[in-house]
Design a protein around this ligand. Structure first.
Ligand code: GTQ
Length: 323
């Protein structure tokens, strides 16, 4: 037994006190290290050649927030990262290079910068690069959440790069054109069948609404959804894309979902509590739970972000405060 009274206020805090800290990773620096990893081992050797973005407040835990994992994955021309599946859900945000693909349950998608790709829990996935450029993307997974529940399973496929069973674009045509197959009836918690959200479409949507009145806390911000249900693409991780016109500064905002952001376009400044950083293209930063975030765009800017918000909302835990 152990005395509750010595730990009660830490166990039941008046408000969130995350051990995670705010941090920013500059892409110029990340790229150098990731390319060095590319000289040291092959993607096949590594299974996944990734440098983990570890929260400085959570050393040794492979976490970017308490519930989420982030890493930068590199695949060089001619390489494959062999097929596997796991109960962890994953997302990719393509940062650099052209010509690689991710295959999800038998369908490939060619990666373009800014594309948001999901590999929902227990879907087979492999990556390959038949092109001539190194390709780098950001991985986001719910690894810490699945570890918390001790619910992790994984399998390797006998075929390291199984041939596609459907043509490229099939899922987007069937599920991503404001239509679904006639007998398709998704369960409410089912992950999206649309597994790629092309950057071209995201940017066009944000541009199209950017003539309106920006939200003081968000600018112009859209949430990625499963088009068949309106729910988040995967039950544990949600993602957004946000447009901030040049000169726009957001009002401070805090929420219980620790969030990872990527600057896909533009530049500016990010303020988290008392800390602030200059923000350039492809820089990645994390805002822990219940930390005030403020963004300023010095040029027209487009940010991507992901968090565990849908998981918190499903459990009735999510809160935000607009200051
Ligand atoms: O690409 O399947 O960054 O399984 C970590 C675990 C990527 C992947 C990661 C993974 C993957």
């Amino acid at each position: 037994m152990a005395p509750l009274w010595e730990v009660l206020s830490a166990l039941v805090p008046p408000q969130p006190r995350s051990p995670a800290v705010a941090a920013l990773w500059r892409y110029a620096e990340l790229r150098r290290h990731v390319l060095e990893a590319g000289r040291l081992l092959t993607a096949e050797e590594a299974e996944r050649r990734v440098l983990i973005l570890e929260n400085p407040g959570l050393r040794g835990q492979s976490c970017v927030t308490r519930s989420l994992y982030a890493g930068l994955q590199l695949i060089l021309p001619g390489e494959v990262a062999p097929a596997h599946r796991h109960t962890q859900s994953a997302l990719r945000l393509v940062l650099d290079g052209e010509g690689a693909y991710t295959a999800v349950d038998g369908e490939r998608t060619t990666m373009h910068r800014g594309d948001f790709i999901v590999t929902p829990a227990w879907t087979w996935h492999d990556h390959g690069n038949p092109g001539d450029q190194p390709v780098v993307w950001l991985d986001g997974l719910d690894i810490p959440m699945v570890r918390f529940f001790d619910a992790g399973f994984a399998e390797k496929n006998a075929q390291s790069a199984p041939p596609p069973s459907r043509p490229e674009g099939d899922a987007l045509a069937r599920y991503g054109a404001n239509m679904v197959p006639i007998d398709y009836a998704p369960k409410p918690t089912e992950a999206t069948r649309v597994f790629v959200y092309p950057f071209e479409r995201t940017r066009a949507s944000l541009k199209a609404i950017s003539g309106g009145v920006p939200d003081p806390h968000h600018g112009f911000k859209l949430r990625y959804v499963n088009p068949a249900t309106g729910a988040s693409p995967m039950p544990t991780i949600g993602a957004c894309a946000q447009w901030l016109p040049a000169g726009f500064e957001t009002r401070p905002l805090r929420s219980t979902d620790g969030t990872v952001h990527v600057c896909l376009q533009g530049h500016g400044e990010v303020k988290v509590g008392e800390q602030s950083w200059r923000l350039q293209e492809n820089d990645v930063f994390v805002v822990p739970s219940w930390h005030d975030l403020q963004l300023r765009a010095d040029g027209d800017s487009l940010l991507f972000s992901f968090s565990d918000r849908p998981a918190q909302q499903a459990l009735g835990l999510w809160r935000e405060q607009r200051l």
